[in-house]
Design a binder for this molecule. Structure first.
Ligand code: G6P
Length: 603
């Protein structure tokens, strides 16, 4: 969601620096942007509704060399996207940017209104600036002041703060919203994520909850809850400037799909998949009788693929829950329940809330996370990283694929421990591990054709069909399509469509069916024919040589068959490519689809 960048250092073209930083945070999703900077002892604020290009337009003639600035991309929560509601907010002597939500801002606003404050925006953020300004009159020690104010706040926040009377320092604090500090010679930064600062440094510090940081040109001081100085580890990011660019691809999404073969190879090698070391690197879950998987969005859909595999091969009853529901519903645990959390960002507010709730109950937790050192990664009992690198397109592709990959590994590890896989299956899996990345690489580079997208792009409704694991995969295919192409799309269990939704199928309606499961292929083929009889344009995604009778299929995309435990890893990229090409034909903003945010840090 909102993106934060802040700079303090030797004189720089601060406008260019802040705008470049914001551009590299665009992937987080936003609808307006703004900056504040120091110019001759005064803090100036410029804000613009819409894309960063509009902010750039407003600031293009300003060539300001400055030592201090903050910038922000806003994803609207309180108040519509507008210039007034954009950050930074300046109240009295305080200028501030914020990511998160202040839940009790109304009460605090009332209090400030009574004190004579007036506000320009409808945001919760402006109230925090107001509070800091109000208490500044009584408390000039900035550390004590910030602590006093954050103690009044309920909710989540990452704040970057500039005080008019202390422009040699930039202040930052966070609670349940991500914030990093970047450091290089004669310059220090605050940022939501590494890409914003990678042009200047790969050295960064993760702020802990409620840490207050004071940055100056050449120092970073961090204070813990008791306001005593604390040391936080200096980390080195492996992100390169090259990686943060989409070249040679037109979009980050395509770049990230094309990275999938090499990322599969990387994760196999890191966890020793198919080698003896695998047994030590991936946990054996055989002691659990029940598994809950809790996540949001695509991560939840990855969980559904995991459920299918976990029940089939590891014989453990597995339920998948949407985090925003799980946190408020009645859940049933036995002593031998494990809860697995899946999250690319590790910062999704609902998933974090569920993790805390489960931990309080003393239930074992495991998380599959991409972002190193993120909240979920730090708070969970055991974390397995996805090693996807930075994912910049808002709609996840490579991280989803690696979530499914890790789940397959957990299933494999556990089924070995439970002695549920016979020699033949084990051999087939090892064979598949050896060949799968090559198969995928060749398919994406040579075989994939975008014909299906030409038809789909013209439709108003699209349906996906599948049974069992093929249905779980279809759900993600459908989500991807609707997220980036704005087409109405739904995935159905193939046998279920005729209980209602088939009435929407008319001449030319695209229906994308996934068939990889030998046991269910005849059943699903019958469903495919049912929709054909109602005029559907049938696209079939399957494995080579599986379907013998092609009646009713308008377009078939087939890839090599591997062991079913790993087959989803070859089907998912096909669905991602269909979504990508459809959105491209429709001229959509593929990397930053409207209204969506990459990392959903509010409820
Ligand atoms: C947002 C993103 C999705 C993602 C979901 C969960 O909606 O746009 O791509 O699947 O959040 O995010 P997480 O970081 O927890 O995987």
């Amino acid at each position: 969601m909102c993106g934060i960048i802040g700079y303090i250092g030797k004189k720089q073209n601060v406008i260019e620096l802040l705008i470049n930083g914001l551009k590299s945070l665009e992937y987080r999703g936003y609808d307006s942007a703004g900056i504040a900077y120091l110019e001759q002892d005064k803090i100036k604020v410029v804000k613009a509704l819409g894309k960063i290009a509009s902010l750039e337009e407003k600031t293009k003639n300003l060539n300001i060399l400055s030592t201090l600035g903050i910038g922000h991309t806003r994803w609207a929560t309180h108040g519509k996207p507008s210039d007034e509601n954009s950050h930074p907010h300046k109240v009295g002597h305080v200028t501030l940017i914020h990511n998160g939500i202040i839940e009790n801002y109304q009460v605090l606003k009332e209090m400030l209104l009574q004190e004579g404050y007036t506000f320009q925006s409808e945001t919760d953020t402006e109230i925090v600036a107001g509070l800091l300004d109000f208490y500044l009159k009584q408390e000039n020690n900035k550390l004590k002041l910030i602590q006093q104010v954050i103690n009044l706040l309920k909710g989540s926040f990452a704040l970057g703060i500039i005080f008019d009377d202390d422009t040699n320092h930039l202040y930052a604090v966070r609670q349940d919203s991500p914030l990093i500090l970047g450091t290089a010679e004669n310059m220090n930064f605050i940022a939501s994520d590494i890409p914003a600062i990678i042009k200047y440094t790969n050295q960064y510090i993760l702020l802990e909850n409620k840490d207050i940081a004071i940055l100056s040109e050449d120092s970073i001081q961090i204070f813990g809850e008791n306001l005593l100085k604390v040391e936080r580890k200096l980390l080195t990011s492996s992100l390169s400037i090259e990686e943060a660019r989409k070249t040679p691809y037109e979009h980050f999404m395509l770049k990230e799909i094309m990275e999938e073969p090499s990322l599969l190879e990387k994760i196999f090698s890191i966890y020793g998949f198919g080698t003896p070391s695998f047994l030590e690197k991936i946990p054996d879950l055989s002691k659990y009788k029940r598994i809950h998987i809790v996540a949001c969005g695509s991560a939840m859909y990855a969980g559904l693929v995991g459920k299918s595999l976990m029940e089939e091969y590891a014989d453990i009853e597995t339920s998948v829950y949407i985090a925003s529901e799980y946190r408020y519903q009645k859940n049933f645990y036995q002593e031998d329940t494990l809860v697995i959390f899946i999250s690319q960002s590790g910062e999704t507010a609902d998933t974090i809330a569920c993790l805390r709730l489960v931990k309080k109950l003393g239930i074992d937790t495991l998380a599959l996370v991409n972002v190193y050192g993120s909240t979920i990664a730090r708070e969970v009992d055991q974390v397995l990283y996805l090693y996807a690198g930075v994912e910049i397109a808002v709609a996840t592709t490579k991280a989803y694929l690696l979530q499914v990959t890790l789940l397959s590994m957990l299933v494999y590890r556990t089924s070995i421990a439970k002695d549920l896989l016979n020699k033949e299956n084990q051999e087939q899996i090892k064979e598949s591990i050896l060949h799968i990345t090559k198969i995928l690489e060749e398919f994406l580079n040579k075989e994939f054709r975008a014909e299906a997208s030409k038809i789909i792009a013209k439709a108003s409704d699209v349906f996906f069909l599948g049974r069992g694991i093929d249905y779980a995969i279809s759900l993600e295919g459908s989500l991807k399509l609707k997220e980036i192409s704005y087409l109405h799309s739904e995935a159905y269990q193939a046998g279920e469509l005729k209980h209602g939704t088939i009435s929407l199928v008319e001449e030319g309606t695209p229906v994308i069916t996934v068939i990889t499961d030998h046991r269910l292929m005849d059943k699903t083929m019958s469903n495919l024919k049912e929709v054909k009889a109602r005029g559907a344009y049938n696209v079939l995604i399957t494995t080579k040589d599986l379907i013998k009778n092609h009646d009713g299929i308008d377009l078939e995309i087939a890839i090599d068959e591997v062991h079913p435990l790993l087959q989803p890893l070859l089907i998912v990229p096909i669905l991602q490519m269909i979504a990508y090409h459809t959105a491209k034909i429709r001229g959509c903003d593929i990397d930053q689809p409207r209204n969506l945010a990459k990392s959903v840090t509010v409820e």
